[in-house]
Design a protein around this ligand. Structure first.
Ligand code: ADP
Ligand code: MG
Length: 289
């Protein structure tokens, strides 16, 4: 069964897309079959993976076309972007239009989840890159997932948004998806020379660390702020980049938190098994399936 994780934050520019891209690549390196879904009309993830939003749109192979019922998930997924990279269900500007379709076609935000059930056995992980805010597409993305991973910069406003994101997740869980909950928080674009950021990192731990996993921060690196968004996947382009190492470590911990490791590449299986004993995770995640 695929483990579906939506990466979200009400704010833009906090590293959601960078997190999905790098974490996706890191999970592939761990031997997993990974599908990345671009649920943002800006289509940054689609472009970063080397696909062209307008071409996908012309071929009716975007998330919008799937949600509108024009194309099946299977037909829309692009799996030959790179030889050993993740597969992509891409986005284009058409995703804005589909908001209206979602109101008229199906009121509960469970449409995407039902479509994804068709490919459940094909992937170990499905990561969904959400747009900022809580549009209908974002609510569909969260309800298609069992876990929401928060990406946040270490700015007061981004951190303040975590409470409201948690409220959204709890509301969706109560109404549509009882097993939906936050997986944890990834502090992004961390500049450790800025003392205010270190203070906020400690604040994140204090406020959320008891019930959630606050992952090690992703350092700010020149590579991941690069002009060419396709080059921002440090995991693919530069193993020794500190950002790449941080994302590889988060992938390892997510594997551990998610419990089942049956599909982990043999090279990693022993490492993951021993990590499970070593790590002292918060109670809330002991029973995650
Ligand atoms: P979002 O998807 O939340 O809008 P992005 O992933 O597009 O955010 O990131 C916002 C900006 O921050 C981008 O320009 C990206 O290159 C940059 N960025 C993300 N992570 C890092 C990092 N670790 N170091 C430096 N720049 C980063
Ligand atoms: Mg984005």
């Amino acid at each position: 069964m695929a483990r579906v994780i939506a990466v979200a934050n009400h704010k833009g520019g906090v590293g959601k897309t960078t997190t999905v891209h790098n974490l996706g690549a890191a999970l592939v390196k761990r031997g997993h079959r990974v599908l990345l879904i671009d649920a943002d009309a800006q289509a940054n993830l689609t472009t970063a993976l080397g696909a062209r939003p307008w071409e996908l749109s012309r071929e009716k192979r975007t998330l919008a076309h799937v949600l509108a019922g024009v194309t099946s998930v299977d037909e829309a997924i692009v799996s030959d972007l790179s030889r050993r990279g993740p597969a992509l269900l891409g986005a284009s500007g058409a995703l804005v239009v589909v908001e209206e379709v979602l109101v008229t076609k199906d009121a509960p935000p469970t449409r995407l989840g039902r479509f994804l059930a068709a490919i459940d056995g094909d992937y170990d992980y499905v990561l969904i890159d959400c747009a900022p805010g809580v549009s209908r597409v974002t609510r569909n993305a969260m309800c298609a997932a069992s876990r929401v991973l928060v990406a946040t910069t270490l700015e007061a406003r981004s951190i303040a948004g975590i409470e409201s994101l948690n409220a959204t997740v709890q509301d969706l869980a109560q109404r549509y998806r009882p097993d939906l909950r936050l997986l944890g928080i990834v502090p992004t674009i961390h500049d450790r020379r800025q003392s205010s950021q270190n203070t906020r990192l400690a604040e994140l731990e204090r406020r959320f660390g008891r019930s959630l996993t606050v992952f090690s921060p992703i350092p700010r690196t020149a590579r991941m702020s690069g002009e060419a968004i396709s080059a921002r996947c440090a995991v693919e382009t530069s193993h020794c980049n500190p950002g790449a190492r941080a994302y590889l470590e988060i992938a390892r911990r997510i594997d551990t938190l998610q419990g089942s490791n049956t599909s982990v590449h043999p090279d990693f299986a022993a490492e993951v098994a021993s990590a499970r004993h070593e790590e002292d995770e918060p109670e809330a995640f002991a029973a995650t399936a």
